[in-house]
Design a protein. Structure first.
Length: 223
């Protein structure tokens, strides 16, 4: 067990939930709906970005109207839902959560009304102070304002927290609120892209928790 001294915010998709293969399948379904190309998992990890419409525009090689993005988003989520029941947690997700001795919460850009029962079905809700998902009808933007609202609801400052996520947007969100950040290389983003951000990168969730705890202890010592 590691000795945690701060609050840990978990990302869900691509971090605790091992859904890269499903995301690629759903992305290809949405691209196919407008005659676009298919992408591989490696290509998705190399090229994915937020806002999500910017990713679609990059793959398609043209700009999208809001209506076109909304249609792509619907196709993506319909395909994603069809495979969600067969998608497992990351191999060490439960062990990593158990290794953190401080408080924990979860913030996802998946729809809130679907996220809460999903997290509950995996039995993770008992370890989490709060679970927040997307309450807007159309997502795809930056995580930063949602992270700020999540911490406000918990009554926490960014400096009291560390986020574990798998995307560059997670790093930007954490930095915007003044939180610590550990990036997980087993999710949606190519590890080289993660390392280029200059923040710590872990290859397992257990390693991420160890790094998060060490960073929290160092920050506490500096206060």
């Amino acid at each position: 067990m590691v000795d945690a001294v701060a609050h840990l915010v978990w990302d869900w998709n691509g971090t605790l939930l091992d859904d890269l293969a499903l995301v690629v399948t759903a992305t290809n379904a949405s691209l196919a709906s407008i005659g676009g190309p298919s992408v591989t998992a490696d290509e998705h990890r190399r090229d994915f970005r937020r806002p999500v419409w910017a990713y679609y525009e990059y793959v398609l090689g043209r700009s999208l109207t809001r209506e076109e993005f909304a249609a792509l988003d619907r196709v993506f989520h319909d395909a994603y839902r069809r495979g969600l029941a067969d998608t497992a947690l990351a191999a060490d997700a439960r062990d990593a959560m158990a290794a953190w001795t401080g408080t924990q919460s979860l913030l996802s850009m998946w729809f809130h009304h679907e996220l809460v029962p999903l997290v509950t079905s995996h039995g993770l809700h008992t370890q989490l102070l709060r679970v927040d998902g997307l309450r807007d009808r159309l997502g795809g933007g930056s995580k930063a304002p949602y992270l700020r609202a999540h911490l406000d609801a918990l009554g926490l400052k960014g400096s009291d927290c560390v986020l574990i996520g798998d995307s560059i947007d997670d790093a930007h969100a954490a930095q915007e609120v003044g939180a610590g950040i550990i990036l997980y290389a087993g999710g949606f983003t190519d590890p080289e892209r993660l390392r280029a951000t200059g923040v710590p990168v872990a290859h397992t969730l257990l390693e991420a928790v160890t790094l998060a705890a060490a960073g929290a202890e160092a920050a506490q010592a500096d206060r």
